[in-house]
Design a protein around this ligand. Sequence first.
Ligand SMILES: Cc1cc2nc3c(=O)[nH]c(=O)nc-3n(C[C@H](O)[C@H](O)[C@H](O)COP(=O)(O)OP(=O)(O)OC[C@H]3O[C@@H](n4cnc5c(N)ncnc54)[C@H](O)[C@@H]3O)c2cc1C
Length: 446
Amino acid sequence: MENTLHIIGGGLAGSEAAFQAAEAGVQVILHEMRPKVETFAHQGGDFAEMVCSNSFRSDDHEQNAVGLLHWEMREANGLIMRMAGEHRLPAGGALAVDREAFARGVSEVIRNHPNITIETGEITELPTDGNWIIATGPLTSGALGESIARETGAESLAFFDAIAPIVYFDSVNMDVAWMQSRYDKGETEEEQKAYLNCPMTKDQYEAFIDALLAADKTEFHEGETAKYFDGCLPIEVMADRGRETLRFGPMKPVGLTNEHDPENKAYAVVQLRRDNTLGTLYNIVGFQTKMKYGAQQDVFRMIPGLEDASFARLGGIHRNTFMNSPTLLDDQMRLKSRPNLRFAGQITGVEGYVESAAMGLLAGRLAAAEIQGKQLETPPLNSAMGALIHHITGGADAKTFQPMNVNFGLFQPVDGLKGGRRGRKDRYKAYTDRAKTAWKDWLAGA
Ligand SMILES: Cc1cc2nc3c(=O)[nH]c(=O)nc-3n(C[C@H](O)[C@H](O)[C@H](O)COP(=O)(O)OP(=O)(O)OC[C@H]3O[C@@H](n4cnc5c(N)ncnc54)[C@H](O)[C@@H]3O)c2cc1C
């Protein structure tokens, strides 16, 4: 029994984890509550159901970080990528699939695998002993969510994400923006210059408010309650409450002096805060939003200094159970307080089908190695897998931690390459070449 691996949740992460561990020769019991217990988003009883879009996003493994993650998963005999390939639909550079055939295909492999047993039913408590991977996703059932919160501390488990957009630092125009913390607060110079500030004149502010109010917004899904009103209002809702609300909220201009124009006081200031230790990503403070993605890019590029901004991720507010992984998990995805429990998938604070499946792949391999008494290192930082796991288990700022897609901002810079937009193509190719070598080396040693 001690050599059995239990996995809770047969979604994108749990299915991949089960397959990887079973292929390594470990006996797996996969616990899935559907179709006995349903979620508001899943429609059927198959494993690896794609609840919304049918796309695994870009398949470009030379110029795109998610395409690189596809590549790494394929190299590692990933089930999700193999089935995506078998059920692929024409979609230009994207990897889109026939979602029902895809989920049926994954389910068939899982159900017929000699090392996997399925147990249908909801797990309502965190298990006390044995080897477990918890991959219950953004819609983790209420009882289990409460049990996780009891173990981790309620403040370390979120039930909604309120994501502010994240911008690549090297796409910000620093002839307009400047670094300064409000009232120069902080002991060190680094702290006193912790924020990136973008100033607005009155006309720019008024035009920005008009655009916010007019922008296309997404509605909440049925079953997603609007609990976000507690303390993280979408900016467009704030703007709707009064044209000055933002100027007295996240866009207040006080305690700041524009180093490019010290004599003139800005009418409003948008602040961006560093989002990772590398300093390559900045989030726009307080700018969680329900605007549609296209509208967000148009509206946020109206902010002086962000006219040419590239976004590592756009904002959103969703029902989403996820934990504060930077404080709770070790670099092998184990709960520090109970190392027999691993977490994988969206609940760890990655975002998206591909990232969730990728973390399932890693958790399955790491758990199998541990059960078999082998030493398996965490993947290298230079691979996409390594960059992502490093971000969620330590690289991200724990205080502002929000779910993250894989993106090149999580990668360590390659020395000697040109920054900015012009150098982007060469830079991305260098990242992906370096990642492929690192990933192959890791797989060879695994
Ligand atoms: C409404 C919605 C729309 C989304 N749309 C997209 C999108 O378009 N594109 C994208 O890339 N990502 C999307 N996501 C984000 C996310 O990538 C997916 O939810 C993805 O499926 C996460 O994979 P996972 O394996 O972590 O969780 P899931 O795929 O949700 O799998 C978790 C599984 O655990 C089961 N489970 C939960 N609790 C228990 C329990 N206590 N006991 C037993 N089983 C349990 C669930 O039934 C489920 O099968 C969306 C999320 C939501 C909520």
